[in-house]
Design a protein around this ligand. Structure first.
Ligand code: PHE
Length: 450
């Protein structure tokens, strides 16, 4: 084993880092885009239910195991597993987490690169460099390579400098600014023509739109948004002190994450209809949504355009915040394979970061060159299948494999009178039976019906 493990300096530090990991492209790019393409409010309702019914309990499994084991996911799961079969399962789940975290980071860096390019674009526009501005907002391979590369380097620099100095400081800066800007933009968008149609689509559910795909998509989105299954939350839990209440911190992270996603939807869905009114083609003649993953990059610039010159500054502020929000998430993904390389392979932090970072950038490059074939596929494999299935495995570890008395003892630490809480009465059997069954049932019905 190498150097002593880092630890967050306070529960606020943990909360900021965990919420920083959770809040990112998943909330502001992923959630509204999926809601817009999957039945609007019906998706929103299913998402909210699943976030609290499935994702929060699974988050608790990760935090509890992580704080107990004080190590990365592979090591932690091996630690609670007794007997050859459990150990095999621990290895599969642990390495599965590392692989899925790396896959997520590989596409995440591409989308974050888009945010970064859109942050630079107003500067090009102001200085009259129209060609550059067009290149920045286009979808060329060169633009993607350059900005994905720059984003990857930023992620690596922060992770190379370690937990306390890197992760915590960055995460504490951003959240309030992001929320304030979102709220201001919502107030603005709601005064624009067309906004009310969007609000209605977002808030008035039409349950005839429910489908197996919608369920799987919403479940994947909930696991993605809370950074579950891949060991991120497990590692952050491992840096957390024993004086804090896990159920409470977990609930706070969930509420912040879901709250920001919901708020982002209040901006993006109305903005789609405002953009359509203002002449940007968001829907086809037949009312079908045209845009794919680039939806918010069409909708938001169109909205900012309606603000005149002020729109340039708003664009800069928005995409700067998005870039930072992406960074506080991407660092939490990179920390997963890096912590494993340090603790199990004996690498130094810098060397591990460089090595892993380059491998992941190579995967991003592969996706960029084969965008149509790979981008959606990697997202679907890693977030819709990988994360929920790993979530099942982690619930099985917490509920069945780990010694019950140790699990309960860990939960009690830092939470006085936990025995009187609803959480204590429900969660230990819920994570054992209900959570895995519900997730598996969702898959089963998608295979059988879909
Ligand atoms: N939760 C992050 C987001 O919503 C993405 C993420 C997934 C981060 C998995 C870490 C691990 O943007």
């Amino acid at each position: 084993m190498s150097a002593p493990r880092g630890q967050f300096s306070s529960n606020v530090g943990f909360l900021m880092a965990a919420a920083g990991s959770a809040v990112g492209l998943g909330n502001i790019w992923g959630f509204p885009t999926k809601a817009a393409g999957n039945g609007g409010a019906a998706f929103v309702v299913v998402y909210l239910v699943l976030a609290f019914l499935l994702a929060y309990p699974a988050l608790m499994a990760e935090l509890t195991i992580g704080r107990h084991a004080r190590s990365n996911m592979v090591q932690a799961l091996r630690g609670v597993a007794i007997g050859p079969f459990s150990r095999l399962f621990a290895n599969i789940t642990g390495f599965g987490g590392i692989i899925v975290a790396s896959l997520i980071l590989s596409f995440y860096s591409i989308v974050a690169g888009w945010m970064f390019a859109y942050l630079v674009e107003p500067f090009a526009a102001i200085s009259g460099a129209t060609g550059a501005a067009e290149w920045l907002t286009g979808s060329s391979v060169s633009r993607n390579l350059l900005f994905t590369g720059m984003f990857s380097i930023m992620t690596m620099v922060i992770i190379a400098s370690g937990v306390e100095k890197g992760i915590e400081r960055w995460s504490t800066l951003l959240m309030p600014a992001l929320i304030i800007l979102l709220l201001l933009l919502i107030v603005y968008v709601l005064t624009q023509p067309g906004a009310m149609t969007g609000l209605e689509v977002y808030l008035m559910p039409d349950f005839s739109l429910l489908s197996p795909e919608l369920l799987i998509s919403a479940m994947g989105q909930a696991f993605f948004s809370l950074s579950l299954g891949v060991g991120t939350m497990l590692i952050y839990g491992s840096y957390l002190s024993k004086q804090e209440s896990l159920p409470r911190l977990g609930a706070l992270v969930t509420i912040i994450d879901v709250g920001i996603a919901f708020t982002a939807g209040l901006l993006i869905l109305p903005a789609m209809y405002v953009a359509q009114e203002a002449g940007t083609q968001i829907f086809s003649e037949g009312g079908e949504l045209i845009a794919g993953p680039g939806l918010i990059l069409q909708v938001l610039p169109a909205l900012f355009d309606t603000m005149g010159t002020a729109g340039l500054f708003v664009a800069i502020a928005f995409f700067a915040l998005m870039t930072i929000a992406s960074l506080t998430s991407s660092i939490s993904m990179l920390e997963v394979p890096v912590a494993f390389s340090i603790e199990n392979l004996g690498l130094r932090r810098r060397g591990a970061t460089l090595l892993v970072g380059l491998v992941i950038f190579a995967i991003s490059t592969l996706i960029i060159f084969n965008f149509d074939a790979l981008f959606g596929l990697v997202i679907s494999i890693s977030t819709e299948y990988g994360q929920p299935l790993l979530g099942v495995a982690l619930c099985v570890f917490a509920g069945w494999i780990w010694r019950r008395d140790q699990l309960l003892t860990e939960l009690k630490k830092g939470h006085e009178n936990i025995e009187t809480t609803l959480f204590w009465r429900v969660w230990p059997w819920y994570v054992r039976i209900v959570c895995p069954l519900l997730i598996l049932a969702a898959f089963a019905q998608s295979v059988l019906v879909g």
